[in-house]
Write a new protein. Structure first.
Length: 251
């Protein structure tokens, strides 16, 4: 199983302090990678402590992805602390819910900034380093709403549709240079972001009835896909979006 071994690799995970990001950061560490976690909070998290308990290095970097001008400094700080970046997981994201006829420009701009613009420019900034070193793995977090419209989240659908599309664009340019760019589209996951849906009895029931696996996803369900896309096992996988959704998209 050396194809999946990440020993000697360094992974940068945005939003890696909790939820899906925390599970993926810990999973990458289990596979052997050292981890850089980017988070808004300056506080040490249980995820970071758990990674260190595995014997892996883990450094946390406080950064607000609603601003992009300092991304080069962030990347330089990660490389200074951990030596390099072999794997980038663009997980951090935000969501706002409102009927489309009432949706505010302020909320639209925030979601597009964090979920789409910051993701692209972090891909660009880290991608330059990976092109220089001749190899790298970039994994973006898309969504089922990269394919579907959803309800009361027009900005989220727009941002995640964009992520799926520029994942393909970057792959077209960088695949021949040994930088793999792919995405994961999580299904309905039992995380803090989906609390409103989970608490909506009618909508939650409708969602569950459509999932062939018969349950909402858990953050740990993301680990297999992210380790695969971060490892040598996916060296000939380029520009793909892998759905981890319990079968939702096939229904």
């Amino acid at each position: 199983m050396n194809l999946f071994n990440l020993e000697g690799k360094v992974a940068l995970v945005t939003g890696g302090n909790r939820g899906l990001g925390g599970a993926m950061a810990y999973g990458l560490a289990q596979a052997g990678a050292d981890i850089a976690i980017v988070q808004r909070s300056k506080e040490e998290t249980e995820v970071a402590k758990s990674i260190r308990d595995l014997g892996r290095k883990c450094e946390t970097f406080s950064f607000d992805l609603s601003e992009t001008k300092d991304l080069p400094e962030l990347v330089d700080s990660v490389i200074k602390q951990l030596g390099k970046i072999d794997i980038l997981v663009n997980n951090a994201g935000v969501q706002r819910r409102s009927p489309s006829e009432e949706f505010s420009e302020e909320d639209w701009d925030l979601v597009m900034q964090v979920n789409s613009k910051a993701v692209f420019f972090l891909c660009q900034t880290v991608g330059r380093k990976m092109l220089q070193q001749g190899k790298g793995k970039i994994i973006n977090l898309a969504s089922l709403l990269s394919y579907q419209g959803g309800f009361t989240v027009p900005e989220y659908a727009a941002s995640k549709g964009g992520v799926a599309q520029f994942t393909k664009s970057l792959s077209n340019e960088w695949a021949s240079k040994n930088v793999n760019v792919n995405a994961i589209a999580p299904g309905y996951m039992a995380t803090e972001m989906n609390t409103a849906l989970i608490n909506d009895e009618k909508r939650s029931r409708q969602i569950l009835e459509r999932i062939p696996a018969g349950r909402w996803g858990n953050p740990e369900d993301m680990v297999g896909a992210v380790v695969f896309l971060a490892s040598n096992a996916s060296d000939y996988v380029n520009g793909e979006t892998i759905t981890v959704d319990g079968g939702w998209m096939g229904r």
